[in-house]
Ligand binder design. Structure first.
Ligand code: FAD
Length: 470
């Protein structure tokens, strides 16, 4: 997901300010940019109906019951006493339609908190929000190895879609899970780990909420640490050429391409052994607004837009920050968007990014930065990083604006490079596609069928994903 606006204070305000002072622009660019028309391949825009809705508003449902059990005992009772379809919801931050159901929706918001910590092994409840987890860990002198761009997600929701951060040597959150406890669709509470029911464990680490309700987990964390963040701009070609090397040099490296500018922002985080706290005021939102304004003013004239950006962005800008890891790695995202992200074999990352950027810049309405990250391989069966060191490429569209071109124009590029879609971000892959991408796909399907022969925990989206008839 896009981080640039929050993590960097790299300014495009100067660009917009200067552009606005050109009378020429004011005359030429009075009308708003025309946005591409939507079509039916991905979820339609919000209908305005009441009921549950995901963060971006494109997935809605009206469940017959929305339940907030307070412990595992209540969850077992719900599962045993209901005959309806069951789905779990965390923070509702997935863009794919994993959650919607007209049956029973279970939220684990009250099943939350750290249970205990032994060394760097921590037991927690499934509904714990990541923001709360970070704080509870910090209070014990501990921290997560890595974090995603935001920390609003629930723990169970985050691992269920293989939520990740960036770092060539750093794995996604689910890879740090040592044991999981889940209430199966038959209402039985079971525990699994790498040594106890190992096959179920490898399946349950990333399971799209299809194997049961995750009530508890044990995770490996590390002693609390501090980070030093550096942000700087580079011309896109230089950034692409240097990306692998920067990823080797820094604990966390990612870059954001600012569409139609020719520039990308590098963001690195490295262990900081000092004690100084340096937190420049965030220019995140204003930068995004400036990029949008530039788009609104010059969007129909890409050459002009590029010319303005080239003239007015100061490529010498640098920013830095120093603080505790969890305070730098994740923040909130006030501006709504929709997103697609694919995970590619690391050796294809740069070539794929070049093609995606060229395609993105055929869409004059695009202005959200493209995000490029690194993730280390793991062994979970449905992990998009399964036995493959990865580059992840994410493309965003502002809330309320068209994103259907993700499916028709951008996804074919990802497919060409054997991209595996992020489970929580927009894609049109189906069971046969996944079968070709995941060596353990059939093993997962077999376990899912054993645990849930009647498809109690499937909704329409998951039936398509797993190839199960309605
Ligand atoms: C602004 C924003 C920023 C994001 N940044 C990143 C990022 O940096 N990196 C990244 O990888 N992703 C990112 N995402 C995607 C997000 O991390 C995932 O979609 C994640 O799954 C959301 O967690 P959630 O708690 O909201 O889960 P939900 O979307 O509510 O649910 C996700 C899945 O988990 C299942 N589930 C939830 N709770 C349970 C439970 N107790 N037991 C069993 N199944 C359960 C649900 O049924 C569903 O299948 C971002 C999304 C947004 C909106």
């Amino acid at each position: 997901m896009m981080q640039n606006t929050r993590r960097t204070a790299i300014k495009v305000g100067a660009v917009v300010g200067a552009a606005g002072s050109l009378g020429l622009l004011a005359e030429l660019l009075k009308e708003p940019v025309e946005l591409a028309a939507a079509d039916a391949a991905l979820p339609a825009s919000p209908s305005g109906e009441p009921g549950w809705s995901n963060w971006s508003g494109i997935n809605r449902c009206q469940p017959t019951a929305l339940l907030n059990p307070q412990d595992e005992k209540e969850i077992v009772e719900i599962v045993r006493n209901s005959s309806a379809t069951l789905r779990c919801v965390g923070a509702g931050h997935s863009f794919t339609a994993l959650v919607p159901t007209d049956g029973t929706l279970i939220s684990l918001d009250r099943v939350s908190g750290v249970i205990d910590a032994q060394g760097t092994s921590v037991r927690l409840k499934g509904g714990t929000r990541l923001a709360q987890l970070e704080r509870e860990l910090d209070a014990r002198g501990l921290a997560l190895h890595n974090q995603a761009d935001i920390d609003a997600q629930s723990f169970a929701g985050a691992i269920s879609t293989a939520t990740h951060g960036t770092g060539r040597e750093l794995q996604a959150l689910h890879a740090k899970v040592q044991a999981l406890r889940l209430v199966t669709p038959a209402g039985e509470a079971i525990e699994c780990s790498a040594t106890s029911r190992p096959e179920l464990f490898r399946a349950a680490q990333v399971s799209l909420g299809s194997l049961g309700v995750i009530t508890e987990a044990t995770i490996e964390v590390m002693p609390a640490y501090r980070l030093h963040r550096q942000v700087w701009l580079k011309p896109l070609d230089d950034m692409l050429a240097g990306a692998q090397e920067l990823a080797q040099q820094h604990r966390h490296f990612e870059f954001f391409y600012l569409p139609f500018t020719g520039y990308a922002a590098a963001v690195t985080h490295d262990i900081d052994t000092g004690s100084e706290v340096l937190r420049p005021e965030s220019a995140d939102e204003s930068m995004l607004q400036h990029l949008r304004q530039l788009r609104d003013w010059s969007g129909r004239f890409p050459k002009l837009r590029r010319w303005l950006a080239q003239k007015l962005i100061d490529p010498g800008q640098r920013e830095e920050a120093r603080d505790r890891s969890w305070k730098l790695l994740s923040t909130s995202r006030p501006t709504k968007f929709n997103e697609t992200e694919f995970h590619l074999p690391q050796e294809h990352g740069v070539a794929c990014a070049r093609e995606v950027i060229a395609l993105l810049e055929r869409h004059n309405d695009a202005y959200f930065p493209l995000e490029f990250r690194f993730v280390k391989a793991d062994d979970a069966w449905l992990s998009p990083f399964h036995q493959r060191d990865t580059c992840s490429i994410a493309v965003h569209a502002a809330g309320g604006e068209a994103y259907q071109y993700f499916a028709h124009e951008i996804e074919p590029i990802f497919r060409k490079y054997q991209g595996r879609p992020h489970w929580g971000k927009l894609h049109t892959h189906r069971a046969e596609d996944f079968a070709a991408l995941y060596p353990k796909w059939n093993n997962f399907l077999e376990i899912r069928k054993q645990l849930d022969p009647n498809g109690r925990m499937l909704n329409a989206h998951l039936r398509q994903v797993f190839g199960v008839a309605t």
